[in-house]
Design a protein around this ligand. Structure first.
Ligand code: UD1
Ligand code: CA
Length: 478
């Protein structure tokens, strides 16, 4: 058999309106652990070896189509006449796919890859017309109930609205995921009759298989919470909590310490190295990578960023930035998009960095703003130093060379370059380039010749060091 015939095919139903979400966004595009609901389904399918499934779209079709392009094929179902109708349309679009067809719902994002794999295995080994997934739900309201025959096999699925009280009392429900013998499915799907409501129920195939004398298999999910389908924002939040817990547990099993999982939110897809430590009240979002031995939190918010080994991020916000190893950030620092912080830097209280690069060993301890700047290595950014990067029309760059000492309250009016080893006095407003090794003071800042003090003052190295009128090139903020 060719690979095309042996590889399992899959159909994901996602055309329904999702009325109960009361949203203008298609249900399957609502985010769950930082990623659209539908992506979790596609990820799990990929994990079970199913590539490029067919997604049936209808409501919000254009948005869903754009979103899955490259990962899945799509077919449009217009109007939406039920789950069997959706599968029939999908099959027409995939006439040669697979000896087995897996069907699942786009609104059931918690079903793990292992469940799909077990289902496919069961179908392969049993030769059943179909194998369905069941769950024992403490509260089965809203689901189709599985009716078993005298031999214990699944005889039929009865939708809640069609169920009598005895059937409603059954707690074994239809999860909505199935693996079919493809050739049986292709000829049976057209035999599904419209229900009283005019909908074509995919669930009718269970009774049809029994009528054909074919086997119907059942795989029961070990944990019913994985079977939850998202119908409204309440179930979305339930799924979110479950997904978060699963993500946290995966990281902990992989060697990451999460001090308080209940207050730690880590998006699907975030990578964290061994022996990293995530302190309470921390949010890690998007394409974030935390290296080993890093300590993040308490109260850290990191989005789409890379944090290096042994770096500490404490009570700070880091967005779309790269931070090297052994850096200390916070408390109360904000790295805005496009920031690159070199090894061993110290970024402290109320420091803001935007679209700037800081060389290794640079210190920006106290309230200060660096925007559109290229800062060298071992620069000391005095308290209150600011790049005036916007002149009301456009943004301009500031370049600060290695070993520069910026006195407290230095204003750098961009575009401007401060040469290697230069010093600025407290409160200087730097409007013109400063040559390497020079000291500038005043408004606007002008070079001065330093008088050497015979003896260093008692408070050398305090945060006020570098103050005019006699700035010293050797004094640095701690
Ligand atoms: C369905 C099952 C029910 C099961 C439940 C599990 C049927 C008839 N019922 O009910 O037995 O317990 O799922 O969650 O299958 N969809 C389409 N086209 C349509 C209709 C629906 O693509 O014409 C899609 C929806 O977008 C959704 C999925 O199919 O992703 C399920 O539809 P939904 O209306 O939510 O079915 P349920 O009533 O939940
Ligand atoms: Ca549903």
């Amino acid at each position: 058999m060719s690979a095309q015939l042996t590889a399992p095919a899959a159909i994901v139903l996602a055309a329904g309106q999702g009325t109960r979400m009361r949203s203008r966004i298609p249900k399957v595009l609502h985010p769950l652990a930082g990623r659209p609901v539908l992506d979790h389904v596609l990820d799990a399918l990929a994990g079970a070896g199913v590539e490029r499934p067919v997604v049936v779209i209808g409501h919000g079709a254009d948005a869903v189509d754009r979103h899955v392009s490259g990962r899945a094929r799509t077919v449009r179902q217009e109007p939406q006449r039920g789950t069997a109708d959706a599968v029939r349309i999908a099959l027409e679009a995939m006439p040669h796919d697979g000896a087995i067809v897996l069907v699942t719902m786009g609104d059931a994002p918690l079903q793990p890859a292992e469940l799909y794999a077990a289902l496919l295995d069961e179908q392969r080994s049993s030769g059943a017309a179909l194998v369905l997934v069941s769950a024992r739900m403490p509260d089965p309201a809203g689901y189709g109930r599985i009716v078993r025959g005298a031999d214990g096999g699944a005889r039929a699925i009865v939708e809640e609205r069609d169920a009598d009280p005895a059937t409603r009392a059954l707690d074994e429900i239809n999860v909505g995921t199935y693996a079919y013998d493809a050739s049986w499915l292709r000829q049976a799907i057209g035999r599904v009759q419209a229900s009283a409501s005019g909908e074509y129920y995919l669930t009718d195939l269970v009774a049809l298989a029994n009528d054909d004398g074919r086997l119907v298999g059942v795989v029961t999910v070990p944990d019913a919470a994985d079977a939850v389908g998202i119908n409204d924002r309440v179930t979305l939040a339930v799924a979110e909590e479950r997904m978060r817990r699963r993500i946290n547990e995966t990281h902990m099993r992989d060697g990451v310490t999460i001090v308080d999982p209940a207050t730690t939110r880590i998006d699907a897809g975030v990578e964290i190295g061994q022996d990293a430590r995530i302190e309470p009240w921390t949010i890690l979002e998007g394409a974030t990578v935390i290296a080993q031995d890093a300590v993040i939190g308490p109260n850290a918010h990191v989005r789409d960023s890379r944090i290096g080994p042994r770096t500490r991020v404490w009570a700070s916000v880091v967005e779309d930035s790269t931070v090297a190893e052994d850096v200390q950030i916070g408390p109360f620092a904000h790295l805005r998009p496009g920031s690159e912080v070199g090894a061993r830097c110290r970024i402290g209280n109320f420091a803001e960095i935007k679209k700037s690069r800081l060389g290794a060993g640079t210190q920006q301890h106290h309230f200060s703003y660096l925007g559109d700047a290229e800062i060298g290595e071992n620069v000391n950014v005095g308290a209150g130093s600011v790049t005036a990067n916007f002149d009301g029309m456009g943004k301009h760059r500031t370049v600060v060379g290695d070993g520069v000492s910026l006195g407290v309250d230095t204003m750098m009016v961009a575009p401007v370059t401060i040469g290697e080893g230069a010093t600025t006095g407290a409160g200087s407003v730097v409007t013109r380039d400063v040559a390497p090794g020079k000291t500038v003071v005043g408004i606007p800042a002008r070079p001065i010749e330093l008088r050497r003090r015979s003896k260093p003052p008692a408070d050398a190295g305090s945060p006020s060091a570098g103050e005019a009128p006699v700035p010293s090139g050797s004094e640095r903020n701690p």
